[in-house]
Write a protein that binds this ligand. Structure first.
Ligand SMILES: Cc1cc2nc3c(=O)[nH]c(=O)nc-3n(C[C@H](O)[C@H](O)[C@H](O)COP(=O)(O)OP(=O)(O)OC[C@H]3O[C@@H](n4cnc5c(N)ncnc54)[C@H](O)[C@@H]3O)c2cc1C
Length: 240
C-alpha cells in the first residue's frame, strides 16, 4: 500500500463560528509551503486516552496560500472523539495529519456553477470560491451561486465574509437558506434543494459542487440527474 507523507501542524488561531462550530487556522511545521487543491481534505490522526489510534477526514476550509497555512471548519459531534479533540485545541497545540487527499476539486472548463453546502460542508466550497474569485482568469466572469443551508441565522458560518465577497463580485451570489428560522428572518427558508430550481431552471450546461451529509447530497444530486444533468457535471463530497 502507498505510504503517504505525515505532517505536523500548530494551531495559530481559533475563531468560534457558532456554539458548536469553530474555524481553526494552522501552520504546517517544517515546510515553507504546503500545497493542495481547493476542495481537498486531510486525514487527522490522534490517540485517545485509552490508547486507541484514530483518523478522521477534514476538508481544508481555506484557499491555497504561498506559505504553510491552512484552516479547518469544525463541528462538535455529540459523543464523537476527534471533532471534540480538535475543537478543544488552544493556540500553539500540535496535530498530526496525512494528505492532502481527494478528488472533490474544481474541474475545468469554467462554467456557471452552483455550490451547495449545509453546515461544515461549507469548508471545501469556501476554499474553492476564494481561490476562484481571487483572479479573473480563474473565474472568467462565470456566474457562481453559493446555496448554503443552516438551521438558524446564527449558524450561517462566514456570513459577513460571503456577503463582502458578493458585494465585490457581481458574478457571485450568496444565498443562505434556513430550515428553522426565527419569525423575523426575511431570507430564504427550507432546505437547499428547494431553492435549486430558481438557480438552474431547465439548464443542464452548468457545474454543481455539493458537500455535506449524505441525505442532503442525495436530494440535490437526484434533482439535477432528473433534470438531465450529466453525472460528471455533479461533483460531491459526503461527510457521513
Ligand atoms: C471527506 C470528509 C471531509 C470531512 N470534512 C469535515 C469538515 O471539514 N468539518 C467537520 O466538522 N467534519 C468533517 N468531516 C466529518 C469528520 O470526518 C468526522 O466524521 C466528524 O468530525 C465526527 O468524528 P468524531 O470522531 O468526533 O465522531 P465519531 O465517533 O466518528 O462519530 C460519532 C457519531 O456521530 C455520527 N457522525 C459522524 N460524523 C457526523 C457529522 N459530520 N455530523 C453528524 N453526525 C456525525 C456518527 O455516525 C456516530 O454515530 C468530513 C468527513 C469526510 C468523509
Amino acid at each position: 500500500m502507498a505510504q503517504f507523507q505525515s505532517f505536523e501542524a500548530r494551531v495559530l488561531r481559533t475563531v468560534p463560528l457558532s456554539e458548536f462550530t469553530k474555524h481553526i487556522e494552522l501552520g504546517v511545521s517544517g515546510v515553507a509551503h504546503f500545497g493542495f487543491a481547493p476542495g481537498q481534505w486531510l486525514s487527522v490522526k490522534a490517540t485517545t486516552p485509552d490508547g486507541e489510534e484514530m483518523t478522521r477526514a477534514y476538508s481544508i476550509a481555506s484557499p491555497p496560500s504561498e506559505n504553510s497555512h491552512f484552516a479547518f471548519c469544525l463541528n462538535r459531534v455529540q459523543d464523537g472523539y476527534m471533532s471534540n479533540y480538535l475543537c478543544n485545541l488552544d493556540t500553539g497545540a500540535q496535530i498530526a495529519f496525512q494528505g492532502p487527499f481527494g478528488n472533490f476539486i474544481l474541474h475545468p472548463p469554467a462554467r456557471d456553477t452552483v455550490f451547495i453546502a449545509t453546515g461544515t460542508g461549507i469548508a471545501p466550497l469556501r476554499s474553492m470560491l476564494h481561490w476562484l474569485l481571487a483572479e479573473p482568469d480563474r473565474h472568467q466572469e462565470r456566474q457562481f451561486w453559493l446555496l448554503f443551508g443552516a438551521r438558524r441565522e446564527q449558524d450561517i458560518y462566514y456570513r459577513e465574509e460571503f456577503e463582502t465577497l458578493a458585494a465585490k463580485h457581481a458574478n457571485f451570489h450568496f444565498l443562505p437558506t434556513l430550515s428553522r428560522p426565527e419569525a423575523d428572518w426575511n431570507g430564504r427558508r427550507g432546505y437547499v434543494q428547494e431553492h435549486l430550481p430558481e438557480i438552474v431552471g431547465n439548464r443542464t450546461d452548468m457545474h454543481a459542487y455539493i458537500c455535506g451529509l449524505a441525505k442532503m447530497v442525495k436530494a440535490n444530486r437526484d434533482f439535477l440527474k432528473n433534470l438531465g444533468w450529466d453525472r460528471s457535471s455533479i461533483r460531491y463530497e459526503r461527510y457521513d
